[in-house]
Design a binder for this molecule. Structure first.
Ligand code: TMP
Length: 202
């Protein structure tokens, strides 16, 4: 018995958070046991690392290592046990974020990220990944209406354009896993796409 692993991805401000709880509820209605969680985070330790990652100044390699330290703890103590018990895991971000932010955004070595990913989670990757795609400028507009910027949100437009392009390249390389959602569409349209796709996951 093994659950399914579903991740939500996108640049800050693309709007994925609006749909996470709603999506988890659709799965519950379909009779699934669901864990809704996030990265970095999802355990006490990983949430503590998240607070540091979002606000404490650090160099790019430290950031990368802490992301994977948080991921390892989350995987060992919550994510893998849930999947093993047949629970469907809906995760707000996973290693695709690392490839997009620390790789494409910060210009870090993609090869090194893959080495760390192999070490930390082997061949465990999401069964389905929804990429909320939005021009960086529009995402910035949405963000400034929200809350004060953290260390990532404070990055400039060019950074988020690189992150977006990184995500698009990842989605193009793995079309069976990724579903790209045009996040400029209205909420109802996005939800009908998500509902239709969620019913297809076996
Ligand atoms: P969130 O606000 O969408 O939960 O994400 C927190 C921030 O962490 C977001 O700006 C993206 C960033 N992040 C990375 O840079 N690399 C990662 O691997 C993850 C999981 C998140």
């Amino acid at each position: 018995m093994s659950g399914r692993f579903i991740s939500f991805e996108g640049i800050d401000g693309a709007g994925k958070s609006t749909h996470l709880e709603w999506y988890a509820e659709r799965l519950r209605e379909a009779g699934r046991d669901v864990l809704l969680t996030r990265e970095p985070g999802g355990t006490g330790l990983a949430e503590a690392l998240r607070a540091l990652l979002l606000d404490e100044p650090m160099d790019a390699q430290t950031e990368l290592l802490l992301m994977f330290a948080a991921r390892r703890d989350h995987l060992e103590r919550r994510l893998r046990p849930a999947l093993a018990a047949g629970t469907w895991v809906v995760c707000d971000r996973f290693t695709d974020s690392t490839l997009a932010y620390q790789g494409a955004g910060r210009g870090g070595s993609v090869k090194r990220i893959h080495v760390l990913a192999d070490w930390v989670h082997g061949d465990l990757w999401p069964d389905r990944t929804y990429l909320f795609d939005l021009p960086a400028e529009e995402a910035l507009r949405r963000r400034t209406l929200a809350r004060p910027a953290d260390r990532f949100e404070a990055e400039d437009l060019a950074f988020f354009e690189r992150v977006r392009a990184g995500y698009q390249a990842q989605a193009a390389a793995e079309p069976e896993r990724f579903v790209v959602i045009d996040a400029a569409q209205d909420i109802d349209r996005i939800r009908s796409l998500l509902a239709a796709d969620c019913a297809r996951i076996r």
